[in-house]
Design a protein around this ligand. Structure first.
Ligand code: NAD
Ligand code: IPM
Ligand code: MG
Length: 360
């Protein structure tokens, strides 16, 4: 039976990086006879301009029906502050994550040996780095109620959000982390702020409880401020790092730079049945949009994750990963990962180079 992939560009560089990744995915579909069918939809700022909301009904219908979704990025200064909060491009992304129940966000930070020189950290700290960040994606302070901006009795305004996690939400993300660790180096580090925030006191308790079901996996805990520092001084100490929505957002951007560029970090957001939404961890990069200089590799590797997790085509995913490796071996680099002696190419050429390397 054929499986359907919904492709969504979004805004800014989303258009360019999706064009490159779509080419790669369609080429692999042909080469490996995957029998995938494709459709397109809109999400974010341009979707708002066209349909009056960032997660249009048409997109919702298609997204619910699809087996997997490949997404670029959204947002941009033209929509900042001009629309109500729930109509901003970013709200579209939060809505689709929540609507599809995409609670498990996997963000692998893997350093390619060829790019060790592009990292701001010393090569010995980066070489061989392979961390899996497991970020809870549909709860926490991103979605907690009440939230808003209110006016106090003295006329002063006050902004407020609520950080909430139920035991069941913590338990299911914990299981994802422990199961990921079982297939890796069998270590989970849970990141919280249990010295200050009650919501993470419960987080820690539930992590301990779930750990009992995985005696082969070692659980440790770390406060988020320390984790931010440890990622810089000794990133290779981590195997699987599990954390809540906000801390995961921040730590994954930090981890991406350790690998050389935010343009190298893919992600998978999964529901309970492994239906998935696949996107790079970075944003729409308005500062470089339309210039054909964005790095499409995070999106291309997100397409590989799509094949692995939602289509069950692990060897096709490996084919894409190997092609990315060969392109880097050949010295081809977009601007963000460029170093002396390498060949500078644009986004489109990088996509084509990966396509060409698929069958080498
Ligand atoms: N998942 C998403 O769609 C997503 C994620 C983060 C931010 N955003 C949105 O994107 C917009 C811009 O946000 P920002 O500037 O804080 O973050 P950003 O990730 O878009 O950009 C941060 C920096 O990284 C660079 N960068 C990002 N991706 C790159 C790539 N593939 N190749 C080369 N360089 C790249 C950008 O040029 C910029 O200098 C905002 O509207 C924000 O809300 C969207
Ligand atoms: C754009 C924004 C809503 C989003 C988030 O905060 O989750 C982004 O930063 C991400 O990491 O995917
Ligand atoms: Mg982010």
């Amino acid at each position: 039976m054929s499986k359907n992939v919904l492709i969504i560009e979004g805004d800014g560089i989303g258009v360019e990086i999706i064009a490159a990744a779509e080419k790669v995915l369609k080429a692999v579909n042909e080469i490996d006879n995957l029998n995938l069918t494709f459709d397109t939809a809109m999400l974010g700022g341009r979707a708002y301009d066209q349909y009056g909301k960032p997660y249009p009904d048409d997109t919702q219908t298609k997204a619910r029906a699809a087996d997997a979704i490949l997404f670029g990025a959204l947002g941009g200064p033209q929509w900042d502050g001009k629309t109500e909060r729930h109509l901003r491009p970013e709200a579209g992304l939060l809505d689709i994550r929540s609507d599809l129940g995409l609670f498990a966000n996997l963000r692998p930070a893997v350093a390619f040996e060829q790019l060790v020189a592009a990292s701001p950290l010393k090569p010995e700290l980066v070489g061989g780095l392979d961390i899996m960040i497991v970020r809870e994606l549909t709860g926490g302070i991103y979605f907690g109620q009440p939230r808003g901006i209110r006016t106090l009795e003295n006329g002063e305004k006050q902004g407020f959000n609520t950080d909430v996690y139920k035991e069941s939400e913590i338990r299911r993300i914990a299981k994802v982390a422990f199961e990921a660790a079982q297939k890796r180096n069998k270590r989970v580090c849970s990141v919280d702020k249990a010295n200050v925030l009650e919501v993470t006191v419960l987080w820690r308790e539930v992590m301990e409880e779930v750990a009992k079901g995985y005696p082969d996996v070692e659980l440790s805990h770390m406060y988020v401020d320390n984790a931010a520092m440890q990622l810089v001084i000794n990133p290779k100490q981590f195997d699987v790092l599990v954390t809540g929505n906000l801390f995961g957002d921040i730590l994954s951007d930090e981890a991406s730079m350790i690998t050389g560029s935010i343009g190298m970090l893919p992600s998978a957001s999964l529901d309970v049945n492994n239906k998935g939404f696949y996107e790079p961890c970075h944003g729409s990069a308005p500062d470089i949009a339309g210039q054909d200089i964005a790095n499409p590799l995070a999106t291309i590797m997100s397409a590989a994750m799509l094949l692995r997790y939602s289509i069950g085509a692990a060897s096709s995913a490996d084919r894409i990963q190997a092609a990315v490796g060969r392109v880097l071996d050949a010295g081809l680099r977009t601007k963000d990962i460029y170093s002396d002696g390498m060949t500078l190419i644009g986004c489109e050429a990088m996509g084509q180079a990966v396509v060409d390397a698929l069958t080498e």
